[in-house]
Design a binder for this molecule. Sequence first.
Ligand SMILES: NC(=O)c1ccc[n+]([C@@H]2O[C@H](COP(=O)([O-])OP(=O)(O)OC[C@H]3O[C@@H](n4cnc5c(N)ncnc54)[C@H](OP(=O)(O)O)[C@@H]3O)[C@@H](O)[C@H]2O)c1
Length: 329
Amino acid sequence: MKAVRYHDFGGPEVLRCEDVERPTPGAGQVRIQVTATSFNGIDAALRAGRLQGSLPLRLPHTPGPDVTGTIDALGEGVDDEDGLRVGDAVIALLPMDGDGGSAEYAIAPAQALAGVPRNVPLAEAAALPLVGLTAWQALFDHGRLVAGQRVLIHGAGGVVGGYAVQLAREVRAHVIAAVGPRDVGRVCAVGVDEVIDHTTELTAALSDPVDLVVNLAPTTSRQLAALLPLVRDGGRLVNAAVDTAFGASAPCDESRGVQGIDVFVRSDADQLADLVARVCTGELLLDVTRRVALADLPALHAQAEAGTSPGKVVVLVHPAPPAREVGNP
Ligand SMILES: NC(=O)c1ccc[n+]([C@@H]2O[C@H](COP(=O)([O-])OP(=O)(O)OC[C@H]3O[C@@H](n4cnc5c(N)ncnc54)[C@H](OP(=O)(O)O)[C@@H]3O)[C@@H](O)[C@H]2O)c1
């Protein structure tokens, strides 16, 4: 089968499209004929070897933890009782320390799989898992956001930010979006309570402190520390942009009981199924900027590195076959 892999850490040039053996699913796993994966900033950080301390990879590595496709083979112990059959259309966030979906076939733990949204093409759904789960986990698992609380989403104009704004609005939080001038119109269209231009002085722009700041922007330690005074006593600063070249970590302010928390997204099939259900009802809108072929993945990494590929890019592998759908909703 074709797979895009790297044998060394480095720039986009380490990515190669190769012929490799089709993998066999082990116990508790399934093999997926991949319809699509997507590009995430974290793919670049992993490829550069920047996360070897926190998330060591064995080389060669196939990137792309997002995957949609159809089940092609079941490993030992996976059967109808798991609600999974060959031919089912599925979506998953694959474990990031294993091979990803930038290949014609991928191996997934059965417990990571969720059913696909019926109202969007299977390939488009590959835009959802990693960024949707990051937004969910930052807001709710780590941020403990509830109705009526004030949340500042710093970097709201980006891909994760788009989902974070939608999810925070849905729980009826007061949503304040800090974005660059280019993204003001876009977040206003989604509907936020307040918009702040992130190039201005945030403390002056914010009327009152917030319960939660979610940082999604590439920030230095100093910029991250500048977000801390925006949080009310006892509130939280949750930082998802841990994989950037700055490698900054969320600070705490113990004197005021403000917690600083770094987020590293984890696979969670129940949360993913919940996100899929919201896509099905139209509460959560997918945002795909463009689509490229698997062979163009090295070029896509180069464009992302050069800052010329904003938004979410889906990487198409196999055309989606007509398939039964499993799980919810
Ligand atoms: N920890 C994890 O598990 C995890 C998971 C997913 C993503 N991430 C990371 O989380 C971050 C967000 O991901 P993403 O996919 O949403 O990236 P993205 O689409 O590139 O969005 C980043 C946003 O930050 C904005 N920004 C840049 N500098 C800023 C500043 N100084 N102040 C405020 N906003 C600023 C950018 O606006 P402009 O375009 O105007 O510069 C952009 O809209 C990335 O660093 C990504 O790698 C981490």
